[in-house]
Design a protein around this ligand. Structure first.
Ligand SMILES: Nc1ncnc2c1ncn2[C@@H]1O[C@H](COP(=O)(O)OP(=O)(O)OP(=O)(O)O)[C@@H](O)[C@H]1O
Length: 232
């Protein structure tokens, strides 16, 4: 059964005088992602992959079309109903620093979503943070460091630990390794693959790198100029 069903989704950007210029970044896209499946999304820079990923998660307002998550139409969700989706659907960004507060130590960065979404009792927090840090293969010594004291790969692991803490069922991974050197890239990709097997998470895995997509995906969607032009 599909966990995520996207039907004829469109996201247009309007610019220029009187917003008359239209850029059809996502232009009538349909696909499904099964429970525990990784759908790879590949295409050239600027073809609309990130816009699609963000619109699916409702980080961007769709122009038209429907997104069904666990058989619920979430396209019109607002306010509290959208917030309730917050933990079930997550995103991992290309640049982990964008989601980490530079003034917050690693411990607090991982604990923050647990507190915000009341995922565990305050008394269980330490144990849960340590579990999450271990799940992403980081050493506990890093817990009391600031983001600026970590490498790119370590930062991405912290970002992944934060996301994992929310027990998501679906993750959009938007070029999560493209800023890392090849060795670290391979380690993070393996980590994501292992986590997926362990927790049965579904992924929309976005990349412009066909090798990465081939390795990570069960199925691949090819995107060109706002449209999906084929699956494999
Ligand atoms: N906020 C915005 N306003 C107007 N146009 C935008 C906006 N964001 C993106 N675009 C345009 O929409 C198109 C799709 O961008 P998007 O970032 O989704 O592509 P992408 O395939 O993810 O590219 P990349 O791999 O380089 O990130 C691009 O032409 C981009 O310039």
């Amino acid at each position: 059964m599909a966990l995520l069903k996207v039907e004829n989704l469109r996201k247009y950007y309007y610019s220029g005088l009187f917003k008359k210029e239209v850029h059809r970044a996502v232009d009538g896209v349909s696909f499904e992602v099964e429970k525990g499946e990784t759908l790879g999304l590949v295409g050239r820079s600027g073809c609309g992959k990130s816009t699609l990923g963000r619109t699916v998660l409702r980080l961007l307002e769709p122009t038209s079309g429907r997104v069904l998550f666990d058989e619920q139409d979430i396209s019109g969700f607002k306010g509290s109903s959208l917030k309730s989706l917050g933990t079930r659907m997550q995103i991992i960004f290309q640049n982990p620093e964008s989601c980490l507060n530079p003034r917050m130590k690693v411990y607090d960065a991982v604990a923050e979503p647990l507190r915000l979404h009341r995922i565990c009792e305050r008394s269980e927090e330490r144990g849960r943070v340590r579990e999450l840090i271990e799940a992403v293969s980081l050493s506990e010594e890093l817990l009391f460091r600031y983001p600026r004291e970590l490498s790119g790969g370590q930062l991405q692991r912290v970002a992944i630990a934060r996301v994992l803490g929310m027990n998501p069922e679906f993750i959009v991974a938007d070029e999560p390794t493209s800023m890392l050197d090849p060795l670290v890239q391979a380690q993070i990709l393996s980590l994501l693959k292992n986590l997926q097997t362990e927790y049965g998470i579904s992924f929309l895995f976005i990349s412009h790198d066909m090798q990465v997509i081939e390795w990570m995906s069960d199925r691949i969607a090819f995107m060109e100029e706002g449209k999906i032009v084929g699956f494999r």
